[in-house]
Design a binder for this molecule. Sequence first.
Ligand SMILES: Nc1ncnc2c1ncn2[C@@H]1O[C@H](COP(=O)(O)OP(=O)(O)O)[C@@H](O)[C@H]1O
Ligand SMILES: [Mg+2]
Length: 321
Amino acid sequence: MPLLQMKNVDINYRMKKNEVKAVRDFTLDINERDIVGIIGESGSGKSTLAHGLMRILPRNGYMKASEIKLNNKDILNISDEEFRELRWIEMSIVFQKAMSALSPVHKIFDQMYDTILAHKPQVSRNEAEEKLSKLLEIVNLPKKTLNMYPHELSGGMMQRVMISLGLIFNPKLVILDEVTTALDVITQGQLLDEIKRLVNEFKLTVMMITHDVGVVNEVCTKIAILYAGELLEYGNVKDIIFEPFNPYTQALVESHPDLNPEGSTLKGIPGILPDLINPPESCIFYDRCKYRKDICKNGKPELQDYKGRKVKCFRVGELHG
Ligand SMILES: Nc1ncnc2c1ncn2[C@@H]1O[C@H](COP(=O)(O)OP(=O)(O)O)[C@@H](O)[C@H]1O
Ligand SMILES: [Mg+2]
């Protein structure tokens, strides 16, 4: 059963003279209980997609789509007011830099409680405290954290608090946007374990945004590869990491030190993201692809079903037949 259905999502940013086409023709179903890693290098449109889904794009951003459904309910054509009813309650988002949004002079609990009241004014202090304490326990934080000030918390503790807050209303879908990125390796590992526990305990469906294939390998069941605003491959994490079909996916996996079977040094992918103001009419990865041929210049490959996954590449049959 798909929980989130997205069809032909386009998200643009208006500039003075032109538009940045940050996400283009993004189509994907996310099934209930899937932990989907959305991966791509910086600037590939991961946060834009998340913000579009949550209707929190900056003022110059706007989204078009032919369909967006959550739990079979149209969430594309509903009013902002109706949407507010389900934000945080049916779907929530946790950001990387949540900490900077907090006021330094108020205790953690008070700030969290304010957020809760903004969405559900009927929740009592006691109820909020009870729920948050339970969540904090799962993420290995003592209850007294709630009585602390933001500056008393480490980055890892802060992220645990923010994740707990994102789960306070038992949303079905949670978007985690680079929540472990700023943390040291050990804290990151612990937090990923805790996220796995939360996912099981609350039967969550997760969109986990990251630029790190290692993180996806660690916690996700599915992986979606985003490149310059386009979905290039989607399927089971283990299958895709074992044998990436799209050349960009392959380059991503090869450039990750822990996943590279040869254990060789980090390779990186030569070249830069294409221009998003005038995206090329060819395959979007053409410029940087080591398998490119003339056919790859002629128009865009479709996202096709291929051997149990979705992949965009003119040469997939030839290279992975
Ligand atoms: N408010 C904005 N106005 C114009 N361009 C933006 C804005 N926000 C993001 N972008 C551009 O959109 C593209 C995708 O950005 P983003 O979604 O933040 O990527 P990611 O999260 O994958 O790093 C980038 O080229 C970025 O510069
Ligand atoms: Mg981002």
